[in-house]
Design a protein around this ligand. Structure first.
Ligand code: ADP
Ligand code: MG
Length: 439
């Protein structure tokens, strides 16, 4: 059987060193805008990818999700310029260096990976213009990126890139936003705008909030209700896996599926139409009322099922009924999982992870063969629970495993992939890690 391929994270000094050396190679001293003498120093920043424990396809429904920051980070070496020029290079995008001017960056004006970086500068400029400052306080910069966050694996390499740049611009421009959680919420909002409006990816807000606002040893309970005060939207939930003898194994299926973007937009549209049929602003309002019907009710499960069925009866077709059932039950599972973590019962969350997977596979229909093989093989090898994570149709799965079983479970999953004729997956160990910051 093939051995599991592990994707190691980089210690901060290793990541910082790589990106500094790449910076020196990309922008030799004589090439800098004012020569060597008096040139500002190169500073290094990093931001993590994330993995969501539970609460999938709930963010855009105003629901709850529960990401942690990965130990895998994207590093950016950045040197401010005196003009408005931005020069970018990435070790992950050889041959695709980019140069532009800040005043030319806008939705639709930048294509390719540079949109995630230039988009953050644009969005922060918009923020300054809207809050009594001026986008013109932002100067250009030279930057080089390198990363150990797997690409396109549902672990949010895009937010890791945006948020490393966001804390970098914040620092060199002296905005001071990264110093407080409220300021970090502002940086997250800018990164979300960069991704939605400049890179053109219509994702929810979980990834950027996780990358900027997570804390080591904690999961971030993120309440995505629109208009909620950012300070009230997050809560740190202790998630000390090691203390409970557990490890969180991430399985990057490395599966590539077409049509993913269209499917995501379709799910969103179905949920929005269902909410409007029910006369609600979003499906979170339905979840809250269904959960309230069960709360404090002896036989709460039956009351929950009855209240949910009554709402589903008002929807016109089976597909929207199943999509809505996923969203409502997933929000309830997220609350239940948080209650278990608060009670120090992390090892009891397995059935909730398993139920989340079944709901995403059967009701929301966003799983894929690779994800189903991964979770079943992990459970067979001793995981306490497993589920697909992220948007679906490929990407990654998570398995909560007794710590001493982590490598055996990974080997078992690698073997199951080989027997099923699937390409080799990658494996990460997800310890809840630090948010974006300077190195
Ligand atoms: P995910 O966020 O799940 O990894 P996305 O499709 O949202 O997948 O984001 C991946 C895209 O983000 C890449 O195609 C690239 O454009 C950009 N990106 C992410 N990390 C980097 C990086 N280190 N260097 C350059 N571009 C990056
Ligand atoms: Mg992404």
């Amino acid at each position: 059987a093939p051995a599991a391929q592990w994707v190691e994270s980089w210690p901060d000094d290793v990541g910082a060193d790589r990106v500094r050396r790449a910076f020196a190679a990309a922008y030799p001293a004589e090439d800098s805008d004012d020569g060597d003498a008096g040139a500002p120093e190169v500073r290094v920043y990093a931001a993590p990818g994330r993995v969501n424990i539970i609460g999938e396809h709930t963010d855009y429904n105003g629901g709850l999700c529960l990401p942690i920051a990965l130990p895998h980070r994207t590093y950016v070496a950045l040197r401010p310029r005196t003009d408005s020029i931005v020069r970018l290079a990435s070790a992950q995008e050889p041959g695709a260096a980019w140069t532009g001017r800040l005043e030319d960056v806008a939705p639709g004006a930048v294509t390719g990976w540079a949109a995630y970086v230039a988009g953050v500068a644009w969005a922060l400029g918009q923020h300054l213009d809207a809050t009594g400052g001026s986008a013109e306080t932002l100067r250009g910069f030279d930057a080089v990126v390198d990363s150990c966050v797997p690409y396109g694996a549902g672990l949010s390499s895009s937010a890791a890139l945006e948020c490393s740049v966001a804390v970098g611009i914040d620092d060199v421009a002296g905005l001071g936003l990264a110093a407080t959680d409220a300021g970090r919420a502002t940086l997250a909002a800018a990164a979300i705008r960069a991704e939605n409006e400049v890179a053109g990816a219509p994702t929810g807000g979980m990834d950027q909030s996780a990358s900027l606002r997570c804390a080591p040893g904690h999961a971030l309970l993120l309440d995505c209700r629109p208009g909620l005060d950012p300070a009230r939207a997050v809560e740190q939930i202790p998630f000390d896996l090691a203390a409970e003898g557990l490890a969180l194994l991430v399985i990057d299926t490395r599966a590539e599926h077409a049509l993913v973007d269209g499917q995501y937009a379709q799910r969103r549209a179905t949920c929005e139409a269902a909410a409007s049929t029910l006369g609600l602003a979003n499906l979170r309002e339905l979840a809250d009322s269904v959960i309230a019907a069960a709360a404090g009710n002896p036989g709460g499960d039956a009351a929950f099922a009855e209240a949910l069925a009554a709402a589903l009866d008002r929807l016109p077709d089976d597909v929207s009924r199943r999509r809505v059932r996923h969203v409502v039950t997933e929000i309830a599972r997220t609350q239940d999982l948080v209650s278990l973590l608060r009670a120090g019962r992390a090892s009891d969350v397995g059935p909730l992870l398993d139920a989340s997977h079944a709901s995403l596979r059967d009701d929301y229909e966003v799983s894929a063969t690779e994800l189903d093989v991964a979770v079943e093989a992990a459970r067979d090898a001793g995981a306490v629970g497993a589920r697909m994570t992220g948007g679906g149709f490929g990407g990654s799965a998570i398995a909560l495993v007794p710590a001493e079983r982590a490598s055996a479970v990974a080997d078992a999953v690698a073997g199951a992939f080989a027997r099923a004729g699937l390409g080799a997956p990658g494996f990460l160990l997800a310890v809840p890690s630090a948010p974006a910051g300077a190195c």
